[in-house]
Design a protein around this ligand. Structure first.
Ligand code: FES
Length: 74
């Protein structure tokens, strides 16, 4: 379910699969729920441990990261 806030977390290096459809129950990551929508998740390679703000509203102009666009939803 998409939300109107980012998911801020510290992530370790690795491959992440960001939910673009908003249906996943494991936000902000994909759980396969996009199936019937025809939408696809976004694969992201993180190369160093850092804090990131994953977009939760799905309308960011900088997907998969938050760019503040969720504020338009308030
Ligand atoms: S949560 Fe901030 S732009 Fe989507």
């Amino acid at each position: 379910m998409s939300v109107n806030h980012p998911f801020v977390m510290t992530v370790k290096p690795g491959r992440y699969v960001w939910c673009s459809c908003g249906l996943s129950q494991k936000q902000p990551f994909c759980d396969g729920s996009h199936g019937p929508t025809g939408m696809r998740p976004m694969f992201v390679e993180i190369t160093e441990e850092k804090q990131v703000a994953w977009c939760g509203c799905k309308i960011s102009g900088s997907k998969p990261f938050c760019d503040g666009s969720h504020k338009k939803l308030d």
